[in-house]
Write a protein that binds this ligand. Sequence first.
Ligand SMILES: [Zn+2]
Ligand SMILES: [Zn+2]
Length: 202
Amino acid sequence: MIPVLQDYLSIPDGTLTWNTRWISDFESPWSIFEKLKYTNLAKRKDIFKLFGNAETLNKKTIIGHKNHDLYKLSAFDELLFDQRLGFKLLKYNETVLNSLVEFLRGGEDYEKGSETSEYHFLEKNLSICMHCIKDGFHSLLHQVEFINLCPFHNSPLINHCPSCKREIPYELSDSYFEHPYLCYCGFTFKKIDSNSPLSSLW
Ligand SMILES: [Zn+2]
Ligand SMILES: [Zn+2]
């Protein structure tokens, strides 16, 4: 069953420059975090400070893939997402991914394969639709290995910066972008409109 976004939304507590209308169906935690960084001049460490669970906050330095993994999101506290974002991000992410697993298991082309991860059919790198990302949007659907075209635009998905060809891992990081949506090579993924600095939608 496809999760209904509305069921995961509430009213944010006002800590952040944020509006739940900026969240779209099937949106990935990656673009939620990029939008948050963009509108709140935040960095990766601020995301941990805002939403990290007790174990994460107790760490002096937050290293290791597990803490930055955007599929499992194990470094974060759902209650803080609910309060500050008005969005049950953990539950929504998990439900969408599980629905995809369920769908693929029922599909004829799906092979069971590796038992090591229930999400082994998901891309390790960020998979980008150049149309979606112009508006700051990235979807969990883009991350499915078998999906090579954006389901919203029917355009090819790419897994590197179109200018410098650098691959961008699908994880919470400041190491690939100088600012949200801006590659270190200078390529801007999000279209910036000076009349409407966010977008028509967010
Ligand atoms: Zn698209
Ligand atoms: Zn680049």
